[in-house]
Design a protein around this ligand. Sequence first.
Ligand SMILES: [Fe+2]
Ligand SMILES: [Fe+2]
Length: 200
Amino acid sequence: MSMIKHKKLPKWLPGDPSDKKLLHSMLRVDHAGEYGAVCIYRGQIDAVANSKHCKKIGARLRSMYNQELAHLAYFETLQTQLSFRPTVFLPIWKRIGYFLGYASCVYDYRLGMVVTEAIEFEIVEHYTKQINALKALQTDFINGADITAIANKIDLFRQDEKEHMQIGREYRIDNNIIHNCLFTIIAKLTKIAIKISKKY
Ligand SMILES: [Fe+2]
Ligand SMILES: [Fe+2]
């Protein structure tokens, strides 16, 4: 019986031909996330429109919504350029996103802001990991796409998402069990949505 232990090879090696596949998977999940974000903020804006809360929170929501539109536009441009397929769950994210945004804001806009904080918390973490993964690629260009430029752009988006997270945090009441439970649930669901969108 051989005593030689075979080391497990890593699934992915730098410069591997699967770089393209990896990049497409990254962009697919980012595109899905930004698409979902646009739908969530749209739902939140509609929920507070014409309500007494509109003055308080409407302008902030619209400002974040406009930033999400710009993020989405960037990934849509890359989608045209690189022909990566969007997630098959896009129509579902559209409905869930809008419903989540609307439902969380319609009774108490502060609950909507807890949802915002939780989602953005996970997105900031996701973008941080992704920027590191892009920097670890041993290639500068994939199908004409400049990897450093993409990483820099995502870094800018990460700063926007961090600001959104901090805005959301302003409305979460410390030691409020409903706020804290909602934060935990939404953060977990966001993690799951990220995983699904990466794969499918
Ligand atoms: Fe975004
Ligand atoms: Fe955001």
